[in-house]
Design a protein around this ligand. Structure first.
Ligand SMILES: NC(=O)c1ccc[n+]([C@@H]2O[C@H](COP(=O)([O-])OP(=O)(O)OC[C@H]3O[C@@H](n4cnc5c(N)ncnc54)[C@H](O)[C@@H]3O)[C@@H](O)[C@H]2O)c1
Length: 403
């Protein structure tokens, strides 16, 4: 039986503002509440979005009218918020990451199994055009068997929109691995079995990273993980918070198979395919697929004399769709036409996924099992880095139901 949604959005910070209008406009949603520990933030949302305030998270849990929680709190709070909400019988949409401990991730998966509630992690990069392109091309067999891929989330701490307090800013970068892992693991249709990680000890003495300077005693501003995947391939995932690079912040830079490859730099996406027999004289065909993968606004501006500089500075990449996203655009409700979007057009797909999952009672694509597979490798890799790169096995919560 279908179930309409009444959603309490917990956390009225910088990120949730993009999602309240999308929850409100979705045809399966009856009502949206907002809530923040800081009352003025909830009041501001109330005015801006014409929604009601629910005073506390605990009141939202106790209110039988509310069947869904939208978790937009700071990332080290996610495990606790999600676990309490599932125990209270709510469906969950949670911003990334799933949680910041392996135990919490495993408990969330178990609670979803026990309660039958819907859990979705709002991984924006699942719908990033480069990830969609690699998924599509890999499924079509353009690369042959997967060999190796590189994905990264580069976000300099001074430019980052969240976690601005010195303590939050100093968190291990791999508390937040899901943009990188979500892209490369979904594209390779695999999960991580083993990790080896090294950390870059921060050299800028600004009170964020270093022993004794944050709650996590974390000295690494950047972490580099080699991952052995279930399909035998290798991924290299980088989470960098001190880096002279801006856009796109999350991307697959290379995806290599036995017969073909994908490479990306600045705004150029290339498909490289072997079109002859293997051997000394083999012939590789290069196809520039940039117009298919870049946003239509980038393509429209590609002859701008400052194009590369503007692309590297994040122009044209926030809320405009790319041709590779067309199939997903077609399934969006008409109520979304003209509403603001974000993160390479992903916000609308995510909220639509969640609303349909609850309404139809079918687990969404980025369900608890996938969220665990995207989050846990990063948490294990933090320990590997602390021990100077010791290889570590990654626990797996399984595939999850195939609905
Ligand atoms: N691309 C992405 O997927 C992406 C981008 C940005 C942020 N995020 C995630 O979104 C989350 C929120 O980021 P942000 O920048 O909005 O953070 P923020 O610090 O601006 O906002 C978080 C808000 O949650 C409130 N809060 C915390 N605990 C609460 C509770 N128990 N009850 C009510 N309110 C509570 C805080 O008071 C704060 O206002 C983070 O987890 C971050 O990881 C994801």
């Amino acid at each position: 039986m279908s179930e309409k949604l009444t959603v309490a959005v917990i956390g009225c910070g910088r990120f949730a503002q993009f999602f309240v209008p999308l929850f409100k406009a979705h045809p399966y949603v009856e009502k949206v509440y907002v809530c923040d520990l800081i009352r003025e933030k909830a009041e501001e949302y109330k005015e801006r979005f014409d929604v009601e305030i629910i005073d506390t998270f605990e009141e939202a849990l106790a209110n039988p009218e509310i069947n869904c929680i939208g978790n937009f709190t700071q990332r080290h709070l996610h495990g606790d918020i999600v676990i309490r909400a599932l125990k209270a019988g709510k469906h969950l949409y949670s911003a990334v990451p799933m949680a910041t401990s392996v135990d919490e991730c495993q408990e969330i998966v178990e609670l979803v199994k026990q309660t039958g509630k819907i859990y979705m992690m709002g991984e924006t990069c699942y719908y990033y055009p480069c990830a969609m392109y690699c998924r599509e091309a890999y499924k079509e067999g353009k690369f042959g068997t997967f060999v190796h891929g590189d994905s990264q989330y580069f976000h300099d701490i001074d430019a980052i929109g969240y976690g601005k307090t010195p303590n939050e800013a100093g968190m291990p970068p791999l508390f937040y691995p899901t943009h990188s892992t979500g892209m490369i693991l979904s594209a390779t249709d695999s999960y991580v079995k083993k990790v080896v990680c090294l950390g870059y000890k921060d050299t800028v003495n600004d009170g964020r990273f270093g022993k004794g300077t944050n709650e996590w005693d974390n000295e690494f501003s950047n972490q580099y993980v080699l991952m052995e995947l279930s399909n035998g391939g290798i991924a290299r995932v980088t989470e960098a918070r001190r880096i002279g690079y801006k856009s796109p912040s999350s991307y697959i830079s290379g995806f290599y198979g036995t017969d073909g490859s994908y490479e990306f730099s600045n705004a150029q996406h290339l498909l490289i395919e072997r079109i002859s027999a293997r051997g000394d004289d083999e012939v590789m065909k290069v196809t520039d697929v940039s117009d298919y993968v870049n946003s239509s606004e980038m393509t429209y501006n590609k002859n701008d004399p400052e194009f590369k500089t503007k692309a590297a500075s994040h122009e044209w990449q926030w809320d405009v769709f790319s041709p590779v996203q067309q199939k997903e655009i077609d399934r969006l409700p008409k109520e979304y036409d003209g509403l603001p979007n974000g993160h390479m057009g992903s916000h609308k797909f995510l909220i639509d996924d969640f609303c349909k999952a609850v309404y139809n009672h079918k687990h969404p694509i980025v369900n608890a099992w996938k969220a665990a597979r995207y989050t846990i490798p990063g948490l294990v890799a933090i320990e590997s880095a602390k021990q100077g790169g010791v290889p570590m096995d990654v626990p797996d919560c399984g595939e999850g139901p195939k609905d």
